[in-house]
Write a new protein. Structure first.
Length: 742
């Protein structure tokens, strides 16, 4: 037997049996008889490998601590068996759905060496075999054709070192035409639902012989630039900027892009419009979202709503019942919500948004009006439930998100044809709504339903395209109330007081350090990082009794010594060091370990989860969801993450969707609230050192906030009231000024 070595070698042989197979990822553990007479267990991504196949593989010998010597395959070629005995072994291994050992024997006895041809082209002939009905024969034939197509797709992906998991999405969308499409235009993998990076596909296309100025490449470059900018918040790009950016991306002359742009406009993949006298380009779905939202907002504005005749008396009765006195702004906000189809309520911490919401809910119930409560994230929905005493759901759950297998994208069961059966919808943390989610929400409303949006306009904009809530607040004719008075009980919190100081452009009182807001000065980035560790592991638990798992580190940036990448490595080593009883898996230079705090970093609408306290399963784990790794199985190549009351299984090929969450960015903290927050502020890219960044981070802390670092950087953030400009025309569309020079 060969010993473990790092040297790549080649083996050839025949697959004897399949020990383990993941149909989802293509990962296989198999026993192989080599041509030199040796036997070895081989492992690797080899989709739909079956017993009886001949294989030629490159890789290295390894020594698994539990299962012994193995050969880890890095690349391979293979041939389907041609002998009758080989065909039988292949079918008997369970590779084809519906065919086991007994059925395989009967099929091979009947058709011999022609078996594969029958399965692929004339499966109805299988009905000659006793026990195989017409439907079962069709199912076997379809399974064989699907397997062959999937196998060829995954072989193609493996050959070019592309992620194997996208094969399922490809087959869902393009079926048996997938492989031919890949060969004719590999840039389809840049499209939404596959999301492979343009540069990666560009490498593959170059290997396949595609030229730098081919139409497929230039169209993909234009769509990539629009998608990339959408991820950075832009609903559209001015046409001249799109041409310039794509020419730089593709390293070609700008003049070569006018034909592919015209082609995409004809196909309606890109929509052209005029905004403030400039030609602009939208991705088709973003244009539909923006124009639909504008129409719906105008409809809600025009809705005639008759408030209760005794509304002021009802408000007074609520005050008397609870022994409280509402401020003038709160009373105005309540009246607003009963007089308009669309109402916006905004204000900073401690200004009474929650108290106002509770009054609105009581009066809705008193008047027999049905309502639904929702928020963009699970944490925000949970907090809304706790504060209101009523059920609140995530918007995705309320809208009943489902995975569209035909398109490989998310869809919602609730829409204009199946609207939400309620009179009023109330959404908290509305500043997080991007154009797509806002459009889906409006699409699911009944014609007479009202919408109340609650949020803090001074927080960061949503991660996705547009600035839905902020742009609505900027429309003069939309009903809105901004609460500004800080109530007495909130004035006892330095977190609240300092957040308002920051929002006004004033320095927080860093040296007060006697209630719930503290500052720890540090002289270097390294000492700042060291202070973060000491605070979480020693000082905060000792002084405040808040344990490390309830402390969240929030950073302006991912980069440098005080960014999330470096701090996550330090915090993992301190809070969850390696141990014999903890499973581990490496992803590049990052180690994921049982007990690690992790975050999902992209929406995955078809990831299966199961609820712990009920016999319930569902799909969908979303960008920003945080949980804890509770199990890692190296043999099965599965990692299990617990999200509150749910658990989700990740194959090792899917762990690129996770990152450590001991430290997270301010953007990722939106919509969440933590018992304690530690914020390292020493240095970061200038574009991230802004007032809204600091304000958003400070307002995430519920009981304790500690800033560690430099006072002058804090001062710079307070002074920098720069808001990143987003290309969006929603406000202009609502006000009817989109095409003119305004």
């Amino acid at each position: 037997m060969q010993k473990q070595t790092t040297q790549t070698i080649q083996i050839t042989g025949r697959i004897d049996s399949i020990i383990f197979r993941s149909e989802e990822t293509g990962y296989v553990v198999a026993r192989a008889a080599l041509d030199d007479g040796d036997e070895i267990v081989i492992t690797g991504t080899m989709p739909f490998l079956g017993a009886g196949e001949q294989i030629s593989a490159q890789g290295v010998y390894t020594n698994h601590p539990k299962h012994g010597p193995q050969f880890a395959v890095s690349s391979y070629t293979r041939e389907m068996p041609t002998s009758v005995s080989g065909i039988y072994e292949y079918l008997a291994s369970g590779t084809i759905k519906g065919i086991g050992a007994k059925t395989a024997r009967a099929i091979v006895t009947a058709f011999g060496a022609e078996t594969f041809d029958v399965l692929a082209n004339t499966p109805e002939e299988l009905t000659r075999i006793r026990g195989i009905s017409q439907p079962k024969a069709r199912e076997m034939g379809e399974s064989f054709r699907r397997l062959n197509t999937m196998k060829m797709i995954m072989d193609f992906l493996a050959r070019y070192k592309l992620p194997p998991h996208i094969s399922a999405a490809l087959f869902r969308v393009y079926g048996t035409a997938s492989l031919e499409l890949l060969k004719s235009n590999p840039y389809v993998l840049c499209e939404k639902g596959f999301d492979v990076d343009f540069y990666e596909i560009d490498r593959v296309a170059a290997d396949m012989g595609f030229s730098k100025d081919c139409l497929e490449r230039l169209e993909a470059g234009l769509l990539y630039e629009l998608s990339f900018n959408a991820e950075n918040g832009h609903a559209f790009i001015p046409e001249d900027k799109l041409i310039e950016a794509t020419a730089s991306l593709c390293e070609i002359d700008e003049a070569l892009l006018f034909e592919p742009l015209e082609d995409l406009l004809e196909k309606r993949r890109i929509i052209q419009d005029v905004v403030k006298s400039h030609d602009v380009c939208y991705l088709d779905y973003l244009y539909r979202c923006e124009t639909f939202i504008a129409d719906e907002v105008r409809r809600l504005q025009a809705m005639q709503v008759v408030p209760p005749s005794n509304l002021d008396r009802l408000i007074a009765r609520t005050e008397q019942t609870h022994g409280i006195q509402y401020g003038d702004g709160q009373k105005a906000a309540v009246r607003m919500c009963f007089e308009n189809g669309l109402s916006l309520l905004t204000g900073g911490p401690g200004t009474g948004k929650t108290t106002t919401l509770l009054c609105i809910l009581e009066l809705l119930e008193a008047n027999g009006l049905r309502f639904m409560l929702a928020a963009p994230t699970g944490r925000a929905a949970k907090r809304m439930s706790e504060l209101s005493g009523r059920e609140a759901r995530t918007l995705h759950r309320m809208l009943e998100s489902v995975f569209d297998a035909n398109q490989g994208t998310v869809a919602f069961r609730r829409d204009r044809n199946n609207p939400l059966d309620t009179d009023v919808i109330i959404v908290d943390e509305a500043s997080m709504l991007d154009l797509m989610l806002a459009s889906s929400l409006l699409d699911a409303m009944k014609p007479r339903a009202r919408l109340i949006l609650i949020g803090d306009a001074d927080q960061l904009p949503p991660m996705g395209p547009g600035s839905f809530f902020s742009e609505l607040l900027g429309c003069p004719d939309i009903a809105k109330t901004r609460l500004t008075e800080i109530f007495r009980q909130a004035q006892d919190s330095d977190i609240v007081v300092n957040s308002h100081r920051i929002n006004r452009g004033e320095m927080p009182q860093l040296m007060k350090n006697d209630r719930d807001f503290y500052f720890a000065r540090a002289r270097s980035a390294e000492s700042t990082a060291s202070a973060v560790l000491t605070l979480i592991c020693e000082r905060i638990p000792l002084k405040f009794g808040i344990q490390p798992e309830d402390v969240q580190v929030i950073c302006p940036s991912r980069q440098l010594a005080c960014g999330t990448t470096a701090l996550n490595a330090l915090l993992q080593q301190r809070l969850n060091p390696p141990a014999p009883d903890k499973g581990e898996v490496a992803f590049g230079s990052v180690i994921f370990r049982t007990g690690d705090r992790v975050m999902q970093i992209k929406n995955n609408y078809d990831l299966l989860w199961r609820r712990l306290d009920a016999a319930e399963v569902g799909t969908g784990v979303f960008n920003g969801d945080t949980g804890v790794i509770v199990h890692i199985d190296p043999a099965a190549r599965v990692l299990v993450v617990r999200y509150d009351d749910r658990e989700a299984d990740y194959t090792f090929d899917e762990i690129n969707q996770l990152e450590h969450a001991y430290a997270i960015t301010v953007h990722k903290s939106q919509g969440s609230e933590y018992p304690a927050v530690v914020m390292p502020i020493f240095t970061a890219p200038q574009r991230l050192l802004t007032r809204s960044m600091l304000y958003t981070a400070v307002t995430r802390a519920k009981k304790l906030l500690v800033i560690a670092g430099r006072e002058d950087v804090v001062a710079r953030m307070v002074e920098t009231n720069r808001k990143n400009r987003r290309f969006s025309a929603l406000k202009l569309r609502i006000t009817g000024a989109v095409g003119g020079d305004v």
